[in-house]
Design a binder for this molecule. Structure first.
Ligand SMILES: [Zn+2]
Length: 483
């Protein structure tokens, strides 16, 4: 048991854009929240640096206590530690691209206290009990943040006549949050599923109650277009984009909605990128189907025209690709109205010198290492630009994720919850630069963009990990959390 500490003078979001000033006492869990003034403060009263400084000067200063048990919260925003439900930290297997040591360091600098790692970018992939044990052993002692795992069902499992039910049930017992599958995959070690295999997987998964997360782009449509374009020698971004445009996503999302309707399995569409996709999810929800979806910062910020910028063109490549302006606006609307449950990063790095180079856009690796930028991004572009309330922003970054994946002790500022906090300065700004990143490989399409939010401190189960923008706790104390 950690000795109890208090973080003083923090602003907590109470509702919408309202805040309350508080002290929080905690050990590894929250012990108590003491509100210092009964009045709620509306964001409009402190929205500029001048207004905020005036507010701070009016508070009764308790005198700064310098003992080890008190942390000065400096009247900054304290939110529950952010959770990124979609990262590829690649340990073990693809560690030239990313590993848990670096990925989790980037996470903690980005105000994230829990990540959920994908099953497909490990070798072996997390598709059975034995592979899960290998993964857990490889990761143990190498994370600055808490971590959960996705299980997976791959085309390889069907090709090898594996007992899919047993694999699913064994992994569910191990505590995976859900299962990931692809309708189109470029990975030999984690092949996609045919539609009937996807249906069978959903039927089997239904019994566990866990979600089936799917990369939704239609394989036949992509392959046909890609093969034709390659044959005629098209190697530019326009060809890649055309092969994977919004119709490709719409068709795949439709297939998954049908599978949800047929099987009753909980279906989650990862990295949704288009207005078509949003509309289909909205309709499925109205129909009462158990369907959900997420999107990522790059789909909320960039559009296909940005591929014309040679500085970021290769860095921006992902599958699915970013779409048009109306898709981008539809995604903002969808996170605002609750059609999409949360925002993840799909953090996936590579060595840019090796895999983000060359004239052939087909050959460029698709992936952005984004775990460090999501919290500042959404607070800045969502909340501070007035697109989202503060409450909604925090839900999209933390609370909704914890609720969806049943991470009971995470994502909330309640007595008894894990003392996972991100302390955010909303009155300072930062210019994003690869040089400041902590992931193994450092590049970002957000290079040079300014976000009006900075993570000042990150606290994991009561332990100060990042303090005043610097690593404070060098020991990797992150733990596996099963559900
Ligand atoms: Zn992914």
């Amino acid at each position: 048991m950690t000795k109890s500490k208090t973080i003083t003078n923090v602003l907590l979001c109470s509702k919408d854009n309202n805040l309350r000033l508080a002290n929080i006492t905690f050990d590894n869990q929250i012990i108590d929240i003491q509100y210092l003034i009964s009045k709620e403060i509306n964001w409009s009263e402190i929205s500029t640096k001048e207004l905020w400084q005036k507010f701070v000067s009016l508070q009764i200063q308790n005198g700064s206590t310098n003992d080890n048990n008190t942390i000065d919260g400096r009247y900054l925003l304290l939110m529950p530690g952010a959770i990124d439900a979609h990262v590829h930290f690649d340990t073990p297997g693809f560690e030239d691209r990313e590993d848990f040591d670096h990925g989790s360091l980037a996470a903690v600098f980005g105000g994230v206290t829990t990540v959920i790692d994908m099953p497909c970018t490990s070798l072996p992939p997390v598709t059975n009990e034995n592979n899960f044990d290998i993964k857990l052993e490889a990761v143990t002692g190498r994370s600055y943040v808490d971590y959960a795992f996705w299980g997976g069902v791959a085309g390889n499992d069907f090709a090898n006549n594996n007992d899919i039910s047993k694999q699913i049930n064994d992994l569910a017992k191990k505590g995976v949050v859900g299962f990931k599958s692809y309708l189109i995959s470029g990975m030999e070690s984690f092949a996609d599923l045919k539609e009937d295999e996807m249906t069978e997987t959903a039927q089997k998964l239904k019994k566990t109650g866990l979600p089936l997360a799917v990369h939704a782009e239609d394989k036949d449509m992509v392959s046909e277009r890609r093969d034709h374009l390659k044959k005629i020698g098209n190697i530019n971004w326009q060809g890649y984009y055309f092969a994977r445009d919004e119709r490709v996503e719409a068709l795949a999302v439709m297939k998954m909605i049908n599978i949800a309707r047929k099987t009753g399995c909980k279906i989650h569409i990862v990295h949704l990128s288009s207005q078509f996709g949003v509309e289909l999810i909205r309709q499925a929800k109205n129909e009462g189907l158990n369907v959900s979806a997420e999107t990522c910062p790059h789909y909320l910020y960039f559009i296909k025209d940005d591929f014309d910028n040679p500085v970021i063109s290769a860095y921006l490549k992902t599958a699915p690709p970013v779409k048009s302006e109306y898709d981008r606006l539809a995604l903002w609307e969808a996170i605002k109205d609750g059609t999409l449950e949360f925002v993840t990063t799909d953090h996936a790095g590579c060595d840019p010198e090796k895999e983000k180079k060359g004239n052939d856009f087909w050959q460029i690796y698709g992936g952005i290492p984004g775990v460090e930028h999501r919290v500042p991004f959404l607070l800045s572009e969502g909340f501070k630009r007035g697109r989202l309330t503060l409450e909604k922003t925090i839900n999209l970054l933390s609370t909704n994720v914890a609720n969806y994946y049943n991470l009971k002790t995470k994502g909330k500022l309640f007595r008894g919850s894990d003392a996972d906090f991100s302390l955010i300065n909303l009155w300072d700004n930062q210019t994003i630069s690869a040089n400041n990143m902590h992931s193994k490989n450092k590049y970002t399409p957000f290079e040079g963009k300014t976000f009006e939010a900075i993570v000042e401190k990150t606290i994991l189960r009561g332990q100060l990990i990042v303090n005043d923008r610097k690593l404070f706790q060098h020991e990797k104390v992150g733990k596996f959390i099963g559900v």
